[in-house]
Design a protein around this ligand. Structure first.
Ligand SMILES: C[S@@+](CC[C@H](N)C(=O)[O-])C[C@H]1O[C@@H](n2cnc3c(N)ncnc32)[C@H](O)[C@@H]1O
Length: 228
């Protein structure tokens, strides 16, 4: 049965693996309609193990979160997005498949530091972020200097691997400029990952809703992996 937006909002309110923050001024996670404090407690209070935690930023329907969680039961995944109706899809799949290594946080990514401690994330995926093509909006790009500095200053206790996948070649080249310009180590920089002569890791073949959409319109897909 397909649900409308309001039904999806109502459904995620009752899910014990979905944590929602509704306030920019007073950031607070709510789960099962009760305030909860998760920062620094994800391993002990939610996952009940000490496995690494991987974040998917701009997760939308959470395809990377869910697919990677299926492939790697010994790794924990948290999908993060501001849109609850999108998160619902991945959250419901995690319930249907009884995936215990999956959680979702509904919050603006700008507030992530309130909910994840500096040493809690070991890897970060940024999947098909909005390109915000207009110049005045550039600060909203999730790979803009503002966000890159925010990730780096928060997750400062160790170096972390980051993955970016996008269909937008301008955004991709902008991102490589930002990362390279700051001197971070770029491990892989692939334009058009599905070009026939390229061998790519299996995990790069996971396709999100926006990937399928843009591929269907003829766009090539690009990938960068870096460390900072
Ligand atoms: C183009 S969609 C991609 C969704 C998904 N990764 C995919 O590939 O299908 C971009 C997503 O980024 C989310 N987003 C953009 N800016 C955000 C922010 N500052 N905080 C949280 N989510 C954000 C939007 O809500 C949207 O779901």
């Amino acid at each position: 049965m397909s649900l409308n937006k309001l039904q999806k909002f109502a459904a995620i309110k009752t899910m014990s693996h979905v944590f929602q923050n509704f306030s920019f001024n007073h950031p607070q996670l709510i789960c099962n309609e009760a305030p909860v404090s998760m920062r620094g407690k994800w391993h002990a209070s939610f996952f009940k193990n000490s496995n690494p935690i991987v974040l998917e930023l701009a997760c939308g329907r959470g395809e990377y979160t869910v697919n990677l969680a299926r492939k790697n039961p010994n790794i924990n995944y948290i999908g993060i997005d501001v849109k609850g109706n999108r998160i619902y899809t991945g959250a419901q799949t995690a319930i249907d498949e009884d995936l215990k290594n999956v959680a979702f946080i509904r919050t603006p990514i700008e507030q992530l530091h309130h909910f994840i401690a500096p040493d809690e994330a070991s890897e970060i995926w940024i999947t098909f972020p909005d390109p915000f093509p207009k110049f005045p909006d550039r600060k909203n790009r999730l790979i803009s200097p503002r966000f890159i500095d925010l990730y780096r200053s928060h997750f400062a206790t160790k170096s972390i691997i980051y993955h970016l996948k996008t269909d937008n070649i301008r955004l991709f080249r902008y991102a490589t400029g930002v990362i390279d310009g700051r001197g971070y180590k770029i491990h892989t920089c692939l334009e058009d990952i599905y070009a026939i002569d390229k061998k790519i890791e299996d995990y790069l073949r996971i396709q999100t809703y926006y990937e399928r959409l843009h591929q269907g319109l003829g766009s090539a897909i690009h990938y960068m992996k870096w460390e900072m």
